[in-house]
Design a protein around this ligand. Structure first.
Ligand SMILES: [Zn+2]
Length: 152
């Protein structure tokens, strides 16, 4: 897709990746690029999107910290997703409680590159720079709800 058309489509998205223009853009169902669209990442992960949006566990993570059970499939899917997003090594040997503890920490990390690009495409005001991962996720969720895009 020619650059002008792409910028028209995405609005004022920041082109901070020098390799981005050399790659073929795969426009996704959300009007963004499947390579970084956060909605696509959540939808295509194979874990319940409710979990990945933080709706399933996040209120209970502190309580879950003491669990010595193995990770449930949902918890391991959640941890794996966050590790991929934030370029951390995923450790499949964590207990349910250890995963809950690590996830709380990861949610306070700075927003991921996928989130930043998605936020820029959705509203373009650049506020993602100061957001934590958890805050950026909440902002994206709010924006897609306002626009009627599909979400969990
Ligand atoms: Zn998408």
């Amino acid at each position: 897709m020619p650059l002008a058309r792409r910028e028209h489509r995405l609005g004022a998205i920041k082109q901070d990746d020098p390799t981005a223009d050399g790659l073929a853009m795969a426009a996704c169902a959300h009007g963004m690029d499947a390579a970084w669209c956060y909605l696509c990442r959540v939808d295509n992960e194979g874990t319940d999107p409710h979990v990945l949006w933080g709706l399933e566990f996040d209120d209970d993570l502190e309580l879950l910290e003491t669990s010595t059970d193995p990770m449930s499939p949902e918890m391991s899917g959640y941890l794996r997703f966050l590790c991929e997003e934030l370029h951390m090594r995923y450790d499949e040997t964590f207990t349910h409680g250890e995963a809950a503890m690590v996830i709380q920490g990861l949610l306070t990390d700075p927003a991921s590159e996928n989130q930043r690009r998605t936020l820029m495409a959705l509203d373009g005001d650049g506020t993602a720079d100061t957001l934590s991962y958890g805050q950026a996720r909440t902002s994206i969720r709010r924006m897609i709800a306002l626009r009627g895009l599909r979400s969990a």
